[in-house]
Design a protein around this ligand. Structure first.
Ligand code: CU
Length: 69
């Protein structure tokens, strides 16, 4: 069963950020969907194993889009 999460990512500030997040996180095995919102500065994701919140957050941090909160 897929898990749905919404992450606050204050570093999102343009369409390039949205594209980077969607392509990088989308390549993580187990990630079913990822939609970043430039206005709200959030990313909505659906994933299942082997992806995990920890792995997704680590990846986002490594590409300079750390999750806040
Ligand atoms: Cu940007």
């Amino acid at each position: 069963m897929a898990t749905k999460v919404i992450y606050s990512i204050p570093n999102i500030h343009c369409g390039h950020c949205v594209h980077t997040i969607q392509s990088e996180v989308g390549e993580l095995p187990g990630v079913k969907s990822v939609n970043a919102d430039q206005m709200l500065r959030v990313a909505t994701l659906e994933f299942e194993p082997p992806a995990s919140e920890e792995k997704i957050k680590q990846l986002l941090k490594s590409i300079d889009y750390p999750v806040v909160g």
